[in-house]
Ligand binder design. Sequence first.
Ligand code: HEM
Length: 147
Amino acid sequence: MAIQYLALSTMIVLYSLMFLGGYISAAGLGLTCPEWPLCPNGIMPSEEYLIEWIHRLAAATTGTLVIATMVASFLNKRADQKIKITSTLATIFVITQITLGALVIDTKLHAVLVAIHLGIGILLFSVVLLTTLFAFRISSKSIETKV
Ligand code: HEM
């Protein structure tokens, strides 16, 4: 997949994940699935834990896409230093964020950790947005050189 579409897909999945996180928090559903990494009934979804299950699945998908974007930026010959930096920062933030998600559950939604979880989510979104903009710039440059 071209790097710009990979980065864009990452941003869309991340946005949906953050939207869902906001809903979980506001609806007081944060501890419906009290275990980590899986819910009490294992890997399969169930009605009881569905929203939390989707949040975790979306987090795993986001993590995979963020890492894939970073690898693609290092392999792309036209990629400059900026996209390599933002995609590496995104990888650091996504790993921190997933670890923090586990701590949020372990500490039964400690307020400070939930606030940091939101803060890192915003930082993550910012660097993924920059990565997407840089990726589209790479693709437009390659069209210009062909013309
Ligand atoms: C890339 C990964 C993730 C992102 C971007 C993310 C993002 C968010 C956001 C934006 C919120 C709303 C916070 C608020 O409104 O205060 C949230 C809530 C939450 N997240 Fe995540 N999350 C991620 C991964 C995880 C993981 C792996 C877990 C682990 C189970 C998790 C557990 C939670 C919980 C329990 C809440 C609700 C907290 C509450 O009830 O106040 N998150 N997440």
